[in-house]
Each structure stands twice: as C-alpha cells, then as structure tokens.
Design a protein around this ligand. Structure first.
Ligand code: PLP
Ligand code: ZN
Length: 434
C-alpha cells in the first residue's frame, strides 16, 4: 500500500512523500490531500474484520477511528498511533427534534461522546500520530476551543508540547478549561480566528512546530471515520441526508472524501446528500454556494455568532467542501434565535449538544419547510460537541439573559428557568402540585 500527499488542485497535480512536513502545495499553494494506491481488501472481509475488532481488547481495535485503519493506511508503524479510544459515538433517536423539524425521524450521531467532547478527537488522533511518526516535539493550533482542547489532550498523552492560540475573550469556558488542564501553553491573541491562523502558520514554519489545524490533511483522514462508523452502525445502508454544521469546513470535506472512498471500495452502493449549516453571521460558504464559481469565494472579515465553534469567516477547506456539496448537497444558514431554540429542543430529547451542533436541527427545519428535505427522508445529523462545553450559553438561554452578538435579546421559547424557593415543605409541595 502506497500513501502520498497530493495537491488538491487538479490543474497542478503535484505529489509529495507522506513524510514531508507541508500543509499546502509548495508549487501552487493549493490544499493537500492524502491518497493511497494498492489493494485494501474486498468489502465483505473489511466489514467482517471491523465488526470482529469490536470484541478485541487491543487499543487500536477499541478506537472508533483506528478500528477502520484500512481506510487511512498512512502510518507504517502502528506503534506511532496515539489513541484515547476516540470515536465509538452513538446514533441516538431524537423524537422531539424530528417533530420540531417536521420529519418522521432524525438520528443524531453524537460526536460529543468523544474523550474531549467533540469530533475533533477523530481527527486529532490521526494528526498527533503523524506528528509522532515525523519525530516532531511541539504541536500548535489556533482554535475556537474544541481543537485546542483535543490537541492538548492528545499531545499530552503523546509526550509532545502543545501550544494553542485562541481569540482573546471568545472561547467557551469548558473548552479553555480543558486546554489548561491538559497542560497546553495557552496564548490569548488580540485577533480573530482567521487572523490568528495566518499568524500560527508563520510561527510553525519559523520554529519547526507541527501545525494541527484542519488544513493538516491527516486530521481530515481521521475525521473520515465519523461517516465510516456511521455507515457501520446503519449496517451500510446509506441515509438520504447527512447534516453537519460548517465552520472551517474540514468536517464536511472529510465526510465527502470518506463516502467517495467507501463507494469506490464497494462498501456502500450510493452516496448520501449532504446539508451544511452555517450561522447567519458567519456564512461565507452559504453565500458562495448561491452562485459558485472559480475565484468567487469572498471571506467574511467580521464573523459573528454565539455558536463560537463555527465563528469562522475564511474557512480554509472551502474548495474541498465545494467538491462535496457542489455535486450532492445544499448549504443552509440559521439565525441565532433558530440555533438557540433548536439547541433547547435537542436538550429536551435528553441528548443535548453545544450551540454550533444545534445548527443542524435549525437547518433541517428550514430545509424541510423549503421542501428540500422530505418528511420521510432518512436523516442523520452530526452533533459535533458536548452539551457541557458551553454552560454559560445554556444558563443565559433558560434565564432570559441570552443576547445575540448585536446585543439584541434572544427569546427563550423553550426556556426552563430554575426556581428559587424557601426552605419550606408546604410551599415546595404546593409548587409541585401535591
Ligand atoms: C470545529 C467544530 C465545528 C466546525 O467544524 P469544521 O470542520 O470547522 O467545519 C462545528 N461544531 C463544533 C462543536 C466544532 O468543534
Ligand atoms: Zn499544487
């Protein structure tokens, strides 16, 4: 099996060894992609092997990423794998969410069940393993929160030094707390995500630090496992729609690559449609896809949303996302109010998620109303992060204190405020209707 880095720009087509430390094509500046050549086995045997590994006690087999290692065979030595037993995330039925959106059924693939509470772990296990394989000592990323939490954890367990750069004052405390606890050197920069990404790329080059943002093609390889595990859980029956929030657009790029490779190998017999949902105040990809054409992408220099995980105005992976959504998908946007209410509804299902994840349900509701998604369509929405990541947002929503980035009040349509009571049995019993 040969693996190599290939320039994503078809007109360039340059190839590089998988061991070269590059993040963009040195020739044309295009995005890079990991590609493979060789036999990977027949689909029946692969499926059988992956099922059997569920009974194994080997760390690689227990990981919901590395269990599917035949799908991303870029490492030569399995001892380089750094795993926290990521993946293995459930498909959960959200009944209330389905009726809220006007469809028969929605299943949530909840990536918030990951070791650090977001899907970033699926990619970070791959990116960190590659860093170890390359003999790197320090790793860095800019992050809206979850990438840094995840990178800090994987770097710590791998014995690497994690350095994270975050936009000052714009990060949910759950995420910042994790990065500090896992021991990352944490720099709060007076700039927004897109500006800091440019900065960290220069720093990485200058200081020989390995960059673990989603421009890193190995992270994308790991994130393919989300759709592979999803298909495995669906007994390889492809859903009509996979719905995902879009920020830097790495996840949708990974999903697209994942399903195309599964189709090629005969693991599935057709492609799903994809719906990417962005927050209204940070929706450059939504705008682009209204009339997509070469050179037509315009970044949003002032992205704004309370869903901080998708507060990105200049998504690096947009060309890859276009490749997937352009053929077989749609982009929707959701307002702060729509996201906030959808989040509360997902909570009422007993599932819960962070704000960015709830953009999925808000988007589904709109796409159903517009006739784009049918009420009987089979839908899997990917909940990208855990409910505990951003407790401040939850408290404000339920107590009527949540304001959008412009300072306007959001309405707690599904608010469930705590009630202050005296220490008095009679009063409390009366309140509870006894
Ligand atoms: C990173 C992140 C996203 C955005 O994913 P992209 O790959 O950047 O599009 C969405 N939700 C959560 C919770 C995230 O952490
Ligand atoms: Zn190139």
């Amino acid at each position: 099996m040969r693996s190599f880095l290939a320039c994503f720009e078809a007109a360039c087509g340059a190839e590089y060894p998988v061991t070269e430390v590059i993040y963009n094509c040195p020739k044309c500046g295009g995005l890079l992609e990991v590609r493979y050549e060789g036999e990977r086995g027949d689909p029946w045997t692969l499926k059988q092997t992956w099922r059997e590994r569920r009974m194994s006690n080997q760390p690689l087999d227990q990981s919901g990423v590395w269990r599917y290692r035949e799908m991303f065979p870029f490492l030569e030595d399995e001892r380089h794998v750094m795993t926290l037993r990521e993946g293995n995330t459930p498909l959960l039925d959200g009944c209330l969410a389905a009726s809220y959106a006007g469809v028969r059924r929605i299943r949530f693939k909840h990536q918030g069940f990951n070791p650090t509470g977001s899907f970033k772990d699926n990619g970070m296990t791959a990116g960190t393993s590659q860093a170890v394989r390359l003999g790197m000592k320090r790793v860095a990323c800019v992050s809206t929160g979850n990438t840094s939490a995840s990178m800090a954890a994987y770097a710590a367990m791998a014995g690497l030094d994690p350095i994270i750069l975050i936009p000052n004052g714009n990060i949910a405390f759950g995420k910042l707390g994790q990065a500090l606890d896992y021991g990352a050197k944490t720099l709060q920069v007076e700039a927004n995500f897109d500006q800091i990404l440019a900065l960290v790329r220069v720093l990485a080059e200058k200081l020989g630090i390995y960059l673990l943002n989603s421009v890193n093609p190995f992270r994308i390889e790991g994130q393919k496992s989300i759709v592979i595990e999803m298909m495995d859980q669906l007994d390889w029956e492809v859903p009509d729609w996979i719905v995902v929030p879009g920020g830097n657009l790495g996840n949708i790029s990974a999903f697209g690559k994942g399903v195309r490779e599964m189709l090629e190998l005969g693991l599935i017999d057709r492609l799903p449609k994809f719906a990417v949902v962005q927050a209204e105040g940070a929706s450059p990809f939504y705008e682009f896809m209204k009339d997509p054409k070469e050179g037509g992408f315009t970044a949003n220099t002032h992205p704004e949303t309370l869903a901080t995980a998708i507060k990105i105005g200049d998504p690096v992976s947009w060309p890859k996302a276009w490749q997937t959504v352009g053929v077989n998908g749609v982009v929707e946007k959701a307002s702060e109010q729509e996201i906030a209410d959808a989040k509360a509804v997902i909570g009422r299902c007993g599932i819960g998620c962070e704000p960015a994840s709830a953009a999925t349900l808000a988007g589904i509701k709109k796409l159903v109303a517009a006739g784009r998604i049918g009420p009987e369509d089979r839908i899997v929405a990917v909940l990208t992060g855990n409910v505990l990541k951003d407790p401040d947002y939850i408290y404000r929503y339920h107590t009527g204190q949540l304001k959008d980035p412009a300072g306007r009040d959001l309405i707690g349509n599904f608010a469930n405020p705590p009630v202050v009571v005296p220490n008095d049995v009679e009063v409390i019993a009366k309140l509870l209707g006894a």
